[in-house]
Design a protein around this ligand. Structure first.
Ligand SMILES: CC(=O)NCC[C@H](N)C(=O)O
Length: 132
């Protein structure tokens, strides 16, 4: 069994800040944990906009705090984000995340992230494995 506490991850390499500064992800379970998915507690910082395209991953996201919006660029629909809203990117949809107030998002990735991924200029995470 694995038991981890958010307070223990702070300041370690499991606390990953995006180079663009728009989000900070506390990556609680990673590929090295061999669960088949990774599990993150992510903060999307207030007043930011992030373009994302997970071409190599599936992601489910559950918002548990804050206020913002998700714009799906594939279907043109914008969805409000607040505590209790979940979305699943089951079609590798291109999207924007905008935070009016800091959003707290619980995220699951398949395949699991290794912990070193950041969005490239196209909003994509590379497909890394533990061996990379
Ligand atoms: C919701 C989302 O995709 N945020 C970007 C960061 C991501 N959750 C991560 O932890 O790498």
């Amino acid at each position: 069994m694995i038991v981890r506490k958010l307070e223990e991850l702070k300041g370690t390499d499991a606390e990953f800040k995006a180079a663009k500064g728009t989000w900070t992800s506390r990556r609680m379970l990673l590929a090295r944990d061999k669960m088949g998915f990774s599990f993150h507690d992510t903060l999307i910082h207030a007043g930011t906009e992030t373009y994302i395209h997970y071409a190599n991953h599936l992601e489910a996201v559950y918002c548990v705090g804050g206020k913002g919006e998700l714009q799906d660029l594939d279907n043109g629909v914008t969805y409000p984000l607040y505590d209790g809203v979940m979305y699943a990117l089951n079609g590798h949809e291109r999207h924007y995340l905008r935070a009016e107030e800091e959003l707290r998002m619980i995220c699951v990735f398949n395949p699991p992230l290794t912990g070193r991924e950041d969005h490239d200029e196209n909003g994509v995470y590379p497909l890394l494995t533990e061996e990379d």
